[in-house]
Design a protein around this ligand. Structure first.
Ligand code: SAJ
Length: 415
């Protein structure tokens, strides 16, 4: 086998599943992370992130002796970098984690190795990665974008999996393989073929970087269109959900769903990488971001207006996660809205989140109380639907007809 040992740098929600899936194909995998806690947890066969079935796959791989975690890089045939690329002040991409990963693996690199950048990255990041590796290892030859013979192969292969379906999509999704030369792409395909059932399509590194950003921007722009429509429809007293359902009957129209804003770690971040690279030209992409980022304040305005109808309003926020049927509260517009409502003292704020057992400190400190759905129905005057979790879908109009409802997800649109 061409790859007998693979190293995955960054054991987060992409790196850990990738490491475990490759290990399950019989390859020795060493995962590297800067968090001692993550390393210890994984070496015990456990997981520190929530993703369906991940615990089983990690436990099996560790028990078989195929997966192990460490703080220190060691030699391997291939290195896959899956570290975060957040943005810094001014919405500029922060590549520090990629640089640190490059500096960590550089001392153990050997001729013939493959280095893959999986992290979502601004255009040009893979070239920078090769530059950092080159600076640390002047004895080795790294590829330039033009692609000449190199000792180490470098490619960008962006992750594209959906949180909640990671293990399935890791295997079934098509992969974009952006080698810094054809030889780099060929080498990277060999590795992905080990576990990917989807097609592996080759391009250059810059196009691969832009493709990932484009996918998430496409979704952001389309959600912004739906969110803008929802505001226009409020003004014109039209039910936006009915409107979208009618428009989507057209064979070439497919409008997404409005909501309380866009959450998660990707769609609300990645478009800014395009804006940062082409600030003059990326006008629609920037506006879409602004529309989606403005939606929580718009929802808060509606809730305040509803609460004003009551002397001592009790407001129940249904859902805190960033999308349905997950427990991830980070970067969630529902969290933001709930927190702000409590902070503004609009009334007593209750939260219903069936996927968690206790509230995060940021809501506890604002005096928010976690209740179940039934209790919220008994106590609240104002009901704010923020996430369309499965348990909420069984609610009927009769359950809520004594309350004012701010429904950001269209839960009651057909009822
Ligand atoms: N949302 C809406 N209306 C919609 C669809 C989504 O308001 O019609 C909101 C959701 O409620 C959520 C946010 O958008 O707050 C994002 O959710 P999502 O399920 O659309 O996407 P993510 O962030 O979980 O994962 C995305 C995926 N990208 C695309 O679907 C183009 C995933 O494939 C990427 O791998 C991931 O980003 C990533 O890591 O970049």
């Amino acid at each position: 086998m061409a790859f007998s040992k693979v190293s995955v740098i960054g054991l987060g929600y992409i790196g850990l599943p990738t490491a475990a899936v490759i290990a399950s194909r019989g390859i020795d995998v060493i995962g590297i992370d800067v968090s001692e806690k993550a390393v210890d947890t994984i070496n015990q066969g456990k997981v520190h992130i929530v993703e369906p079935d991940l615990d089983m796959v990690v436990q099996a791989a560790v028990t078989m002796g195929k997966l192990r975690a460490s703080l220190t890089p060691e030699p391997a045939d291939a290195f896959m970098i899956a570290v975060p690329t957040p943005f810094k002040e001014g919405k500029q991409p922060n590549l520090d984690y990629i640089q640190q990963a490059a500096e960590a693996i550089a001392p153990v690199l050997e001729k013939g190795n493959l280095v893959i950048l999986e992290s979502t990255s601004p255009v040009g990041a893979t070239e920078k990665l090769a530059g950092w590796l080159q600076a640390a290892r002047p004895d080795l030859h790294f590829p330039g974008q033009t692609g000449h013979e190199a000792d180490v192969f470098v490619a960008h292969c962006p992750e594209r999996v959906l949180p909640g379906r990671v293990l399935e999509e890791l295997v079934s999704n098509d992969r974009i393989i952006g080698g810094m030369s054809q030889a780099c792409s060929d080498k990277a395909i060999e590795l992905y073929k080990v576990f990917v059932r989807g097609d592996c399509i080759t391009t250059n590194a810059r196009t691969a970087e832009m493709a990932k950003l484009t996918e998430n921007s496409f979704r952001d722009v389309n959600i912004a269109f739906a969110n803008e429509l929802s505001i226009i429809c409020d003004e014109l007293k039209i039910n936006v959900w009915e409107l979208i359902a009618l428009s989507n009957r057209h064979p070439r129209v497919n409008i997404l769903s409005p909501g309380p804003g866009v959450g998660g770690h990707c769609i609300a971040v990645d478009p800014w990488f395009i804006v940062d690279s082409a600030p003059e030209s990326a006008r629609m992409i920037r506006t879409a971001r602004e529309i989606n980022d403005g939606k929580p304040d718009y929802v808060i305005g509606k809730v305040k207006a509803a609460a004003d109808e009551f002397k001592r309003p009790v407001i129940a926020c249904l859902g805190l996660a960033f999308k349905p049927d997950i427990d991830d509260l980070r970067e969630s517009p529902a969290m933001d809205i709930t927190k702000q409502l409590a902070n503004m003292d609009v009334g007593e704020v209750l939260a219903v989140e069936p996927n968690i057992n206790k509230l995060p400190p940021s809501l506890l400190s604002e005096g928010v109380t976690l209740v179940n759905l039934q209790e919220s129905l008994e106590k609240a005057n104002v009901l704010v639907v923020l996430v369309d979790h499965k348990p909420f879908k069984s609610l009927t109009i009769d359950d809520v007809n004594t309350k004012l409802v701010v429904d950001t997800r269209g839960l009651f649109c057909n009822k």
